[in-house]
Every structure is written in C-alpha cells, then in structure tokens.
Design a protein around this ligand. Structure first.
Ligand code: KG4
Ligand code: ZN
Length: 334
C-alpha cells in the first residue's frame, strides 16, 4: 500500500511517498536561510512559506516516485504538536487532496513519527525504549507496540534542543543553534564548570533550564570582567553536559524497564557526541541501539509515512473536520 505523507509542523515543508517501511520518494523545502535572519523561527513566515511550497513538493514527490495520485491508498499528515499555523497548512492540503481523490486521511503525531524514522530500512520492532530529543520535547518513551506509547520521563522545563539553541544564540551562533554548536564544539567538555541536575528518588524527568542559566551567567560574568567566553570550548561543555544527562537518565530507564533495545529520535539525535557516546554505551551494556540516518533525524515526511502505515493498520482515521493541535500527548493523544 502506498502512502502520501505530509509534514509541516515547524519550518520544513516535506512530502514523501512511502510503501510500508520503505521510502519511494521524499522531498523537503527548508526555510532555514530566511529564519536565520531573525535568529529563530518566525511562525507567520513559516506558515506563508509552507503554503507557497507545498503544491510543488506534492507534484515532485509523486513525479519522483513515478506515480500519480491514483496510485496512492491513503494520505498521512502531521496534525500535532507544533506551530499551529504551520500544521494547518499541511492538514488543509492533506484534506484537499484526500477529498479530491477520495482517499482516507491518517492523522499522525509528530513525535510518533520521529520514533518511526527508526523503522525505515531496519528490522526494529516494538517493544523498545525511545529517547525523543527535539527542539520542543525531551521524552523517554516506552513503545509498547506501533501505536501504543507510555511516557517514562519528560522535561520539566526546557527541551534538550531548546537548551542547545538558546545557549548557542547567547554565544552569537546562528540559528539553528544546536547544529552550529555541534560543528564548532571542541575540548573535553571540562573548560567551564556547568551544573547537572541530580536524579533524586529514581526520578527520570529531565531539567535543562539550570544548565541554560549557568551558561548565560558565565557569559555575563566574564563580560562584566571585560573577558569573552571561549565559544568552541563552551560549546564542548554544553554538548558534553547534555549528553551526560541523557545517558544517565537512559541508563536508569533501561534498568527500570528491563528493555534491551533503544532508539534515538528527533533533531537532536543528529548530534555527533550523542550518537557516538550512545553507541559506546549500548555496546558495553549489550543494548541494541537504533539511530536514524542523519537525513531522517530532522523533520521529514518519510517518517510520517512510516508511522502513518502503522496508524492505518490500527484503524486510525480522520474526517474532513480534522484540526491541527499545537500540543498533544504522544500516549493519550489528548
Ligand atoms: O526534530 P526537529 O528537527 O524539530 C522539532 O520537532 O523540534 O529538532 C530540531 C532541534 C533544534 O533544537 C536543533 O538545534 C536540534 O534539533 N539539532 C541539533 C543538531 N541538529 C539539530 N542539536 C544538537 N546537535 C545537532 N547536530
Ligand atoms: Zn521534529
């Protein structure tokens, strides 16, 4: 069965044609250059660009897959969570196509699709543990089956990606900060002393706002003395600290759940230190690790097609009254 998949939750417009866990075509229009001018995503601009781009991407995805809309069996679309205006562009387009071609609509949760990026061209099967680290979320999720999820831990304040982006911005690095921080980071991560939140009472929840504040304070205190922060060394410290925290929490979560399979998901799973250190850690612990290829870590529609396939099998459908939602729990869909 062939799925037309659409993703527009933030600032990437993406369309893919997928068949079960295989990608037949996948196209993305990035808006990063325009948002870089403003130091972050401007929601109004993002929505306008989605509307401009989506029609041509739809045509290209079909052409690249060598098919027409008549070959498609269902339309899968990201409807939550994300920027509401951005989501509405994809949802509106998906409804139009589904209505015109008389196809079922399969609504897909954005974080479920990030996890599903790990299904593409692999043998990964639930149950497993997923570390979902993106710009807006940091979750440890127990994936019971393809459409049933349990949140084991979440962040109490900032997401990991948000921590990278905000501290990078304070050091004058361009948007998206996490990407640039990873590129310039050097050293062994000990040049500046940064705090790690303690895990108390086996509590697995994350907290990254203290780390962010410590970085901002260090920069401020240095500038009061007429000194400047060493940006590559500080980037190395932030990256190491975030990675340390993620590893400590995952180690505990694996112990608690007895899971022997772990999948990384979300834009931050492109981070070079996280990828390497998780690989080493899982090797030592005898845990099987799945990491999406770099091309599938950030937002894309191929992952929406992969999750959409399993949602379709589970009977998930939407009518033409489907609405976008800015926030939505991955497990309860409430
Ligand atoms: O999943 P994603 O593309 O969008 C959301 O759903 O949020 O994640 C975007 C986040 C941003 O915070 C970005 O800075 C971060 O992923 N990111 C990285 C790297 N590549 C992207 N963070 C650290 N290192 C990277 N290499
Ligand atoms: Zn995302």
């Amino acid at each position: 069965m062939k799925i037309l998949a659409i993703e527009s939750s933030c600032d990437d417009t993406a369309v893919a044609i997928t068949e079960e866990r295989k990608v037949i075509s996948s196209v993305i229009a990035s808006q990063v250059d325009e948002h870089t001018l403003y130091g972050g995503v401007v929601p109004e601009i993002a929505s306008r660009r989605h509307i401009e781009n989506i029609g041509a991407l739809y045509e290209k995805a079909l052409a690249d897959a060598n098919c027409t809309i008549n070959d498609i069996d269902a339309v899968a679309v990201t409807y939550a969570p994300g920027l509401i205006g951005s989501l509405l562009c994809g949802v509106g387009f998906a409804k139009g196509v589904a209505y015109a071609a008389n196809l079922p609509i399969v609504p897909v949760h954005h974080l479920r699709s990030h996890i599903a990026a790990n299904y593409i061209d692999t043998d990964l099967k639930p149950p497993f543990l997923a570390l979902v680290i993106s710009g807006g979320h940091s979750h440890i999720v127990y994936v019971k089956n393809y459409t049933e999820f349990e949140i084991i831990a979440r962040t109490r304040d900032d997401a990991a990606g948000e921590c990278f982006d905000k501290t990078a911005r304070a050091m004058g690095l361009p948007y998206p900060g996490g990407v640039h921080m990873d590129k310039v980071a050097t050293g062994d991560g000990t040049a500046y002393k940064l705090p790690k939140p303690k895990i108390e009472n086996n509590d697995l929840d994350f907290s990254f706002s203290g780390l962010k504040t410590a970085v901002l304070n260090t920069i401020h205190n240095l500038s009061q003395k007429g000194e400047q922060v060493d940006v590559p060394l500080m980037c190395g410290c932030v990256r190491k600290t975030v990675c340390d925290v993620l590893l400590e929490h995952i180690e505990l979560a694996l112990e608690k759940t007895g899971c022997k399979t772990l999948a990384l998901a979300g834009g931050v799973s492109a981070n070079s230190e996280i990828r390497e250190r998780f690989a080493d850690f899982c090797d030592k612990k005898g845990v099987k690790l799945y990491r999406p290829p770099l091309s599938l870590c950030g937002d894309n529609a191929a992952m929406v097609g992969a999750q959409g396939y399993y949602e379709f099998l589970a009977g998930t459908r939407a009518n033409l009254d489907l609405n976008a939602r800015a926030t939505l729990d991955i497990a309860t869909l409430k």
